[in-house]
Design a protein around this ligand. Structure first.
Ligand code: APR
Ligand code: PHB
Length: 392
């Protein structure tokens, strides 16, 4: 067994784990990141592409924002479509802020590429990562690399290991509480090297179902429709999906859709999930390890970023200022923002999707709410401030 000592052991080298690792290293806190998969595998995962201010500002603070600034697309607004009408939410005018369209996979790539120059130790293909004694002040994490066993002795473990990782499961059942809402549909997404149909995102609620027109760049588009959970991606050849998108996005957008072969096509389930508390003794949880949002509000990465902002601040205060209070307050502080983002993502999902159990009354409520939004600056401001991201 090869033993190493560090201050913080981070599990998971997705955006949360890498952001946290870089922030701690930048403040002189020793850490190591343990990742189950290879770098290529991590980068192969297709993720959403809208960055809130918190995510942009953390990249700026780390000096890792140059590619995002060069290739990212600043957006001043987005659109809600309900059949004939396009309701534009002018986020710049209503909040004075923008969002940046930049693939979240590219954020991960930028953080990965900087690990050597920044001295961030990331162990890829670490197998059987197991947490021990997180109840005490001297937790340890064991893992195997090839045929060698390793142990990391540390003061804190931060679980950035996503929804399926081991960290959350290390919180005693008597301590943790789960909140779950599963949705009766999935999102079928297609990535294609074609120009976007619109310069801003369009979220559509059509009688046939939901559609989203998004993009990665001026030449690469990302589209989604909602489909029954029983659907298989093989049932959706490209042409059928392009036809459905043209119908659901409405005639104006459809006229500008450029079709092309799918670079990637997959169906993902939707759920709202929160695990509380987000800290148990020497274990902190960040990102998808603690919560999941439906992608409707593009909050996944951005919530991970605000968790990491709070966790990094608390850990730096602990190690550099002997301040235990910030660690003690981490869970409540992170959850306060998590719940507001969960609410927004849930409400936008309810507004923009047709639920199988809904009747004429529920549909009438959607029509009334969209009409209210179309005609109310206050309603649009509420949506805009949630979309750009509430203050951290
Ligand atoms: N041991 C080590 N690493 C693990 C283990 C394990 N047992 N289990 C999972 N991991 C790794 C995964 O391989 C993955 O690289 O943890 C990482 C978790 O990364 P994400 O799932 O991307 O979660 P997170 O970093 O919280 O990102 C949050 O960012 O990309 C967006 O929308 C995405 O909502 C997600 C958000
Ligand atoms: C994406 O571009 O993949 C995307 C954008 C906005 C969302 C979800 C996904 O709400």
């Amino acid at each position: 067994m090869k033993k190493t000592q560090t201050q913080v052991c981070i599990i998971g080298a997705g955006p949360a784990g890498l952001l946290l690792g870089h922030l701690l290293r930048a403040e002189g806190v020793d850490c190591v990141v343990l990742e189950r998969r290879s770098p290529d595998y991590v980068l192969s995962r297709i993720r959403a592409g809208v960055l809130e201010n918190i995510t942009v500002s953390l990249l700026e603070r780390l000096g890792l924002d140059s590619r995002m600034k060069a290739e990212g697309l600043p957006h001043d607004g987005f659109n809600l479509a309900d059949g004939e009408r396009l309701i534009r939410i002018d986020i710049a005018e209503l909040t004075g802020q923008q969002v940046v369209v930049y693939g979240q996979t590219e954020v991960t790539r930028d953080l990965m590429d900087a690990r050597e120059e920044r001295g961030l130790e990331v162990v890829y293909e670490a197998e059987d990562v197991t947490l021990h004694e997180v109840d005490g002040d001297a937790p340890r994490v064991t893992y195997s690399l090839g045929d060698e066993e390793h142990q990391v002795d540390c003061r804190f473990v931060v679980g950035c290991d996503g929804f399926h990782g081991p960290s959350r499961k290390s919180v005693p059942a008597s301590v943790g509480k789960e909140y779950l809402r599963e949705y009766p549909f999935g999102w079928l997404g297609i990535l294609a090297d074609v120009p976007p149909c619109n310069h801003e995102l369009i979220y559509a609620n059509h009688e046939r179902g939901f559609a989203l027109a998004s993009m990665r760049s001026e030449t690469r588009s990302r589209y989604y429709i909602d489909v029954p959970l029983t659907d298989k991606v093989e049932e959706w050849p490209d042409d059928r999906l392009w036809d459905e998108l043209a119908i659901r996005l409405g005639p104006e957008a459809a006229a500008n859709i450029t079709r092309g072969p799918a670079l990637e096509k997959s169906i993902a389930p939707l759920r709202s999930y929160v695990f509380a508390p987000m800290r148990h003794r020497s274990l902190l949880l960040c990102g998808d390890a603690a919560h999941i949002v439906p992608p409707t509000g593009a909050k996944g990465l951005n919530l991970a970023a605000s968790d990491v902002h709070y966790a990094a601040d608390a850990l730096v205060r602990f190690f550099k200022a002997a301040d235990n209070d910030a660690i003690g307050g981490y869970s409540d502080k992170a959850l306060a923002r998590v719940w507001k983002s969960e609410r927004f993502s849930w409400s936008l999902t309810k507004l923009m999707h047709r639920f199988p159990e809904d009747g004429p009354f529920e549909r009438a409520m959607q029509v009334a709410e969209l009409d209210y939004i179309a005609n109310s600056r206050a309603a649009q401001t509420s949506i805009a401030e949630n979309y750009v991201g509430l203050p951290v």
